[in-house]
Design a protein around this ligand. Structure first.
Ligand SMILES: Cc1ncc(COP(=O)(O)O)c(C=O)c1O
Length: 365
């Protein structure tokens, strides 16, 4: 079976994990500080705060921003639903903006339509390693004095006009789950250019509301702390990040060359000002040539290829029934027609050829 994703190790992961274990610093420890520091400098932000995963990263930001029941945040109609889910959990209203059908990213124009006096945050998702048009989004947000959060869980290393994903808007969040571009098993990071007061709040909410004095809880927080053992893996992955990027680029180009001119398939589009580090190879299937996507996924599996469907749009998720979703035309279409092909750094050329051959064997003429 060719899996859809697989974590790969590139250098010092084992050595650093052993070092962390041997040091007995397995909760807090120096790998955490080094990982945060190196990550922060990589994305050119001011502060980096490691957390347990990409979902708690978003949760912490909402808490530290003081978002509360009745507030609204704008989120994309197509993308991993973490930002909307945490909003829902906290009583914050997720207001969905439609995405572009070719880039799969939320557009400034669609965000603008959804802003009102209750809007407290705009979350953009750089889906599958692509990046949203941040210049126009940030321009609109600045006019209304609304902060922008880049959910960069799928786009670590991608660049927009030479600037790193997550380091451009007010706040960036990342995930290091096993399928991600760099991994710590489970893990996440928040980066922010906002002030130290905000950063200290994030850190306190990460640690049960404790600031300096041990056991003195300023507010009821969480334990969202990454461990030193996880940070050891992350630090090792970061050291080899340029190698990881190059491998991902080669895999992307191999797929692209085999699939770019195939009738009935549309590849995700990347604008000229974006240098993506692609997370997965996403294709929009034309149902006339590839009917019943979910069946196709099952059939591919019987041939030894694991693929994934695109994200469910909120209009197709009962938990979002009470929110307005009928305007999400592009999101709904993508949700039904996107298929994602296997993508990980140790994927071999002949495996890519096999994936493509298998996919095309199901094409109707
Ligand atoms: C865009 C996006 N945001 C947030 C998350 C949540 O990250 P985690 O799984 O680390 O909680 C993911 C995870 O896949 C994601 O793709």
């Amino acid at each position: 079976m060719i899996p859809w994703a697989k974590p790969n190790y590139h250098g010092n992961e084992e050595k650093y994990v052993r070092q962390a274990l041997k040091s007995t610093w397995i909760s807090d420890g120096s790998f955490i500080k080094n990982f945060e520091k190196r990550f922060c400098s990589y994305v050119s932000s001011r502060f980096a705060i490691s957390v347990t995963n990409g979902t708690t990263a978003l949760h912490l930001v909402y808490l530290a921003m003081g978002l509360k029941r009745g507030d609204e945040i704008i989120v994309p109609g197509f993308g991993y639903m973490a930002a909307a889910n945490i909003a829902l959990q906290m009583g914050i209203k997720p207001v969905f903006a439609d995405v572009d059908p070719e880039t799969f990213c939320v557009t400034a124009e669609n965000i603008k339509k959804k802003i009102n006096s209750k809007t407290k945050l705009i979350v953009v998702i750089h889906t599958y390693g692509n990046m949203c048009d941040l210049n126009s989004i940030i321009k609109i947000a600045k006019k209304k004095n609304i902060p922008v959060l880049e959910d960069s869980a799928e786009s670590f290393g991608s660049k927009y006009e030479g600037r790193q994903s997550g380091g451009i808007a007010d706040i960036g969040t990342f995930s290091f789950q096993a399928t991600k571009t760099i991994t710590t098993g489970e893990g996440g990071m928040i980066v922010t250019k906002k002030n130290k007061i905000f950063t200290d709040k994030l850190k306190a909410y990460r640690n049960h509301g404790v600031k300096v004095t041990r056991y003195f809880h300023h507010f009821p927080g969480h334990n969202f702390r990454l461990t030193n053992v996880q940070a050891a893996i992350g630090y090792a992955q970061l050291q080899k990040f340029s190698k990881i990027i190059n491998k991902r680029k080669t895999i992307y180009n191999t797929y692209k060359n085999l699939l770019k001119n195939v009738e009935g398939l549309k590849l995700q589009k990347f604008s000229k000002n974006i240098k993506p580090v692609v997370w997965t190879f996403a294709i929009v299937l034309n149902p006339r040539f590839f009917p019943k996507r979910d069946n196709l996924i099952k059939k591919m599996k019987t041939k030894g290829v694991e693929t994934r469907n695109g994200f469910y749009s909120p209009g197709r998720l009962p938990i979002y029934n009470k929110f307005k979703t009928s305007h999400l035309k592009n999101s709904n279409k993508l949700s039904k027609n996107v298929i994602c092909l296997p993508f990980f750094t140790s994927l071999k050329r002949k495996e890519i050829s096999f994936v493509v051959k298998t996919l095309l064997s199901f094409k109707k003429t």
